[in-house]
Ligand binder design. Sequence first.
Ligand SMILES: Cc1cc2nc3c(=O)[nH]c(=O)nc-3n(C[C@H](O)[C@H](O)[C@H](O)COP(=O)(O)OP(=O)(O)OC[C@H]3O[C@@H](n4cnc5c(N)ncnc54)[C@H](O)[C@@H]3O)c2cc1C
Length: 606
Amino acid sequence: MAPFIEVKVPDIGDFKDVAVIEIMVKPGDVVRSEQSLITVESDKASMEIPASAAGVVKEMKVRLGDKVSEGSTILLLEASDNSAATTPAAAAAPTTTAAAPGARAATGAAGASLAADVECDVLVLGGGPGGYSAAFRAADLGLKAVIVERYATLGGVCLNVGCIPSKALLHVATVMDEFEHLAAAGIDCAAPPRVDIARLRAHKEKIVNRLTSGLDSMAKMRKVRVVRGVGRFVDAHHVRIEPTQGAGQAPSGGAQTTIGFKNAIIAVGSQAVRLPFLPQDARIVDSTGALALTRVPQKMLIVGGGIIGLEMGTVYSALGARLDVVEMLDGLMPGADRDLVKVWQKRNAPRFDHIMLKTRTVAAKATAAGVQVTFEGEGAPPPQTYDLVLQAVGRAPNGQKIGADKAGVEVTARGFIPVDAQMRTSAPHIFAIGDVVGQPMLAHKAVHEGHVAAEVIAGELTGDARLARAAFDARAIPSVAYTDPEVAWAGLTEEQARAQGIQVRKGLFPWSASGRAIANGRDEGFTKLLFDDSAEAHGQGRILGGGIVGTHAGDMIGEIALAIEMGADAVDIGNTIHPHPTLGESLGMAAEAAHGACTDLPPQKR
Ligand SMILES: Cc1cc2nc3c(=O)[nH]c(=O)nc-3n(C[C@H](O)[C@H](O)[C@H](O)COP(=O)(O)OP(=O)(O)OC[C@H]3O[C@@H](n4cnc5c(N)ncnc54)[C@H](O)[C@@H]3O)c2cc1C
């Protein structure tokens, strides 16, 4: 049998009781002599400790955060035959690097002077899509995870007052609109639909409840504890919870709880920005107020022409409201290429009385007849009176409200928390994810970031080097406006390519040539793909981005994101067999158009 060696910390100069900040191997790993095993860090330097012999790691004797000195055992190694088996501490010299500012500190329940009611490996502050995904992933990786959430249900903005309720209502709106268009196919639905707003609201709430109660069950299945209340850091390893009750975040008056943690993930999200000059009035709402669906206005103003405002406008318009929209910039749906938006705008023009671009809302007065709003700018009409004003001018991160400074976590003046690619904040054992770390504020970004943070923590706590290396390195985060038609894009846009001087080759497939789009009576859209056309690409450049406008665009954009992640070129995508007749075929055909092989379009010039 091969001999066992205790691999020990060699002579590391004057350093004693230095923290283990990284474990690069785990039981079962085959290591070479001199291969780095762990990194230790003093206040002056960090050092990688190499293996004194080759072999297979049998047992780790240190955990992250442990303090070690010369002679401390790092691990038990089953030496390979040609190893110097008799040199237990035969020390290859450690590699030393000066400690960078903000270099990692020890992970572990330090600062334990404060008595905690609950101790955990990972505390997740905020139970939105980022937070619950992080906690569930951490639990699946064997960690004890606790979620602190101020509201009664998990799911955050997305499930309760964002993605899901808005899509429930948008689905209804789309079906209502399609119903109207059936007349062209000989189905006469002459009677106007009767809207029962209370039942529509109940329908939306049922969908939300189904999903949020599903999350409760999944937390229980994973033994993730959910503590209700508003959490704030009291030091680098403790959060204090002020319990809340009811549907909102009213204090319950109950006893505060202190939770001690080895690692924390901040996932406190964002909230709607409120324009300071708008009066307090029930007829002026943010997206949450609009989703509450208390009544259908006759005349509605959307302040802010971004995705959230236009989605809510679509719903209210289907229910019978006339719309105005005011936007400071020179176009609606900022971020999307103008050719995509143009198609949406043409089809949606009948919903709007005024589309005011390069225009600002400057004052508002609540009157008996409605909210009278004054505008300034290129498209400003005289003051207008509205039954409902939706403020949709953006969302502000919640980073300033959690006592982050007590934990040594840096927060910007605007409330964002800066993180590195591993989602680590300026306090190395505390991570942050989702809306609170920056744009784009999207649920799917939050979920992926949550997984990364949980994996890094699990890797460091269990010594799994592969997990500990996890990083958020997505090449593309898709954006979707779930309007009708939908507008979706991923990766580089044409506008960005132009601004950055990137040479692209465009493959465009108009849906007027798609059998399925024509069969659906919805052939106004198109699919476009952008490929690298730089000299270095030699005419075979990889896909850099793409956009789709049309029904179900949001369901198809994932294929473009996948192609970007995989580094596909136009031939790869064109040769991928898409089922016929589908809207998804348009992706293959756009790729074929890019390399001149599309037979569903008129012959292309060579
Ligand atoms: C109307 C609307 C529609 C949207 N539609 C889409 C869409 O279709 N697709 C999409 O990807 N994104 C959409 N979004 C954006 C999406 O909802 C967010 O990007 C996403 O919810 C962010 O997730 P998060 O986990 O970072 O934060 P959040 O979902 O904001 O969750 C944060 C949670 O932390 C809790 N919290 C905050 N502070 C504390 C504290 N101190 N103590 C305890 N708990 C605290 C909050 O109560 C909340 O539950 C939409 C947003 C809105 C408003």
